[in-house]
Design a protein around this ligand. Structure first.
Ligand code: SF4
Ligand code: SF4
Ligand code: SF4
Ligand code: FES
Length: 589
């Protein structure tokens, strides 16, 4: 690795050649304020001018996020000229900003607020007219408020990089410039897949998930039987919101907090992940045996399902008909569980805590919104971030909570296979563990299926079943999924089974997870995003290793559910409650 010698504030350092001044400074422990620069070059518009510094060899001040270091460069962050310029840049942004920080859901994690504090921004330094505002809350998932947009372009780049569909872009010029879907339409009139990746990277409150905390409050106030389930990836990230090290699994504390928040029962969605494997695995085996449509593709990511309906409407018969785990769980709670406990399902209110903002949309899909005797499977979805907000407002000291177990009830058990659903490749690995057992009559040796592991965008592997080798593939992020889907469309896919997740890396990186904020971690590695995902995925694999049962078919509560209620996987009853349909959608483009 080529290194260069530089000086920052008169102190000599050696850093990698090719880094920007901002990145080099970060590696040396200097946190230069920045806004539009993001994730090691993912977004480098050089537009906000918040990161200005002096550097030898440059004329005037330079934007440190785009200017590369070179041999012998001397960088000054602290000169009065640089300090004043950074402050002016922030003041200019604030002059066109709706500063209702007290009510803004982003306030605790707002990078603009943080930067304004750090540069010592003064009030109303550039008074005048403000750009007309668009406020879009028509989707069940995302709220866009342009009065808080700083035109940094991060969301534009993230949508493009993750999915290659470029829903967001810059419109108009100069004072009237805004960022949004084409022609400033609502998200609802665009082929946005509602993954929430843009929310994750927005430094301000311009893009937010649509909160459903009030719905939960109301249901509790009305005395409903409010139960909650938590998806696998939530436990791997929730602790970050309470200052715990990234990658700390907090299952026990999360359960304890939910109980104290007043939920009548606290369940693990991983139970339903096991149920999904039983249903999906059986569906795959039936397709193989009966010459059904192959490759079969997983269907538990609603972002991916949206993408399929918008962009590959001619290939929908490749999707498994299985509902996603939390929807399956809702259906089981309002039937089997309610019947067993003598609860009127109309009094039951099912809340899902999800790492995914798109699950808010999924629960109101026309196919799912009145699916169980005219009722929705799930009544409210709150993200990991919303759960953290609920815990904080309640005054609970999260880190002091004891570890508690999910409610020991007829839908309690969950296996390691269910835990790993939260990371790319996890559904595939869980399915292979069970499909292998069904066909070979013995457990997969070593249990782990390594080809499905890792955070690469596309992975592939093979597995030999009854003497026949089949190929599998795993993709996350729609840009990667497109490669596999185009092969299918062209009739050239070598695969039998494919797992697709909407968000790059899977649910650990879902659009409702705690924000990855490198400005809050000055001395961290510059590839902080990758590091977060690695640590979160490690947390889930460690939960899998610790589990008593690690294969879905060995889940005792699932076995009882089939024996007492569903009959067998893919039975008529199972189809009625646990499966769904898809429909091609108009793209508006
Ligand atoms: S986006 Fe940030 S600066 Fe703007 S209102 Fe919200 S908290 Fe305040
Ligand atoms: S929600 Fe996803 S698809 Fe929609 S604009 Fe944001 S990043 Fe793009
Ligand atoms: S919506 Fe957010 S991420 Fe997108 S340009 Fe505006 S401030 Fe930046
Ligand atoms: S962070 Fe450098 S110009 Fe915006």
């Amino acid at each position: 690795m080529e290194m260069v010698n530089i000086k920052i504030e008169g102190i000599p350092y050696q850093v990698e050649a090719g880094l920007t001044i901002l990145e080099a400074a970060k590696k040396c422990g200097y946190n230069i304020p920045s806004l539009c620069a993001f994730n090691h070059g993912e977004c480098n518009q050089g537009s906000c001018r918040v990161c200005l510094v002096e550097a030898t060899g440059a004329r005037g001040l330079v934007a440190s996020c785009v200017y590369p270091v070179n041999e012998g460069m001397e960088i000054t962050i602290s000169s009065p000229k640089a300090v004043a310029a950074r402050r002016s840049s922030v003041e200019l942004i604030l002059s066109n900003h709706n500063r209702n920080c007290q009510e803004c859901d982003k306030n605790e994690y707002c990078e603009l607020l943080d930067v304004a504090r750090r540069v010592g921004a003064r009030e109303d330094m550039f008074p005048g007219e403000k750009t007309p505002t668009t406020y879009d809350e028509l989707t069940p998932t995302i709220v866009r408020d342009t009065s808080k947009c700083i035109l940094c372009g991060r969301c534009v780049e993230r949508c493009k990089n993750a999915h290659g569909i470029g829903i967001l872009g810059f419109e108009n010029r100069g004072f009237n410039a805004i960022v949004g879907p084409a022609e400033n339409r609502s998200f609802i009139n665009s082929p946005c897949i509602m993954c929430g990746q843009c929310i994750n990277v927005c430094p301000t409150g311009a893009l937010m998930e649509k909160s459903e905390i009030m719905k939960v409050d109301e249901a509790m106030a009305q005395g409903k039987y409010v139960v909650v389930q938590t998806a696998p990836a939530v436990r791997a990230a929730l602790g970050e919101s309470f200052g715990m090290p990234v990658g700390t699994p907090v299952t026990g504390k999360m359960v304890a907090a939910l109980r104290r928040l007043g939920f009548k029962k606290v369940f693990d969605t991983d139970f339903a992940a096991d149920l999904t494997i039983m249903e999906e695995g059986t569906e795959l085996l039936n397709r193989i045996k009966n010459g059904g449509v192959l490759p079969m593709i997983t269907s538990c990511s609603p972002g991916w399902v949206n993408y399929a309906e918008y962009y590959y409407g001619d290939q929908l018969d490749h999707l498994s008909s299985c509902k996603s785990p939390h929807e399956m769980f809702g259906a089981i709670l309002k039937t089997y569980y309610a019947e067993k406990h003598g609860i009127d399902p109309k009094d039951m209110f099912v809340v899902s805590v999800m790492p995914c903002s798109c699950k808010k949309f999924e629960k109101v899909r026309p196919q799912l919104s009145a699916d169980v005797n005219g009722m929705a499977d799930v009544d409210a979805v709150i993200t990991t971030r919303e759960l953290a907000r609920m815990i904080k407002r309640s005054g609970i000291n999260f880190t002091r909570l004891p570890d508690e177990d999910y409610d020991r009830d007829i839908v309690h058990d969950a296996t390691g296979a269910g835990h790993i659903f939260g990371v790319t490749g996890g559904v595939m690995e869980a399915a292979i563990r069970t499909v292998y057992y069904v066909l070979e009559g013995k457990e997969l040796e070593g249990i782990n299926y390594m080809p499905a592991r890792g955070l690469e965008g596309i992975k592939e592997g093979e597995v030999t079943l009854q003497g026949k080798t089949i190929k599998i593939a795993v993709a996350s992020g729609m840009k990667n999924a497109k490669v596999l889907l185009d092969q299918i469309r062209e009739g050239k896919s070598p695969y039998t089974f494919i797992e697709i997740m909407g968000c790059p890396g899977g649910c650990i990186n879902g659009g409702g997870q705690p924000y990855v904020r490198d400005t809050f971690m000055p001395n961290e590695d510059i590839d902080i995003y990758d590091k977060y995902l690695q640590l979160r995925s490690k947390a889930l694999y460690s939960e899998d290793e610790r589990a008593v049962h690690r294969q879905s078919h060995n889940n005792p509560d699932i076995q009882t559910l089939y024996k007492e209620y569903l009959g067998e996987p893919n039975s008529h009853k199972a189809h009625e409650l646990l499966h769904t349909t898809y429909k091609e959608r108009v793209r508006f483009d």
